[in-house]
Design a protein around this ligand. Structure first.
Ligand code: SF4
Ligand code: SF4
Length: 132
């Protein structure tokens, strides 16, 4: 299985269950998949999905044909000078790449990060940034 991060842009959403466009497109491929996270971002409704690796290209292409954004995997960095250790980012990270250490300070484990970028918008201090 592989993880993809997809977004239904706000301009396509007229009612809340419009996010099911994503589900319907994936089901056309007759595969089982997991929804790891459902959230809203500044861009639209966002789903983090665990799909069969061998179907990644096919599913991504069918989503994009329906104007659903398939967000690229990225890398993030944590600016420890800006972080106030509020914990707002923690619950969004399904792989626990962001976690508290024994001193109750947030730490980022780059080796666990899958690059979904969902945490970026959650930080009120802008301490999590996409790394180019
Ligand atoms: S991008 Fe953020 S939320 Fe996604 S896996 Fe990495 S640390 Fe966790
Ligand atoms: S949301 Fe931002 S400020 Fe709060 S713990 Fe996470 S990185 Fe630090």
């Amino acid at each position: 299985m592989t993880i993809i991060n997809v977004t239904v842009p706000f301009h396509l959403i007229k009612k809340i269950d419009d996010y099911s466009k994503i589900i319907n497109e994936i089901l056309k491929n007759r595969v089982s998949f997991n929804i790891l996270k459902f959230s809203t971002t500044s861009e639209g409704i966002n789903l983090l999905l665990d799909i069969p690796e061998e179907k990644t290209k096919q599913i991504s292409e069918s989503l994009m044909r329906n104007e659903i954004q398939v967000n690229k995997k990225g890398r993030v960095v944590l600016d420890k000078d800006l972080c106030i250790h509020c914990g707002a980012c923690l619950s969004l990270c399904v792989v626990e790449a962001l976690h508290y250490n024994e001193d109750d300070e947030i730490e980022f484990s780059e080796d666990k990060c899958i690059g979904c970028l969902i945490c970026i918008d959650s930080c009120p201090r802008g301490a999590i940034k996409e790394s180019k």
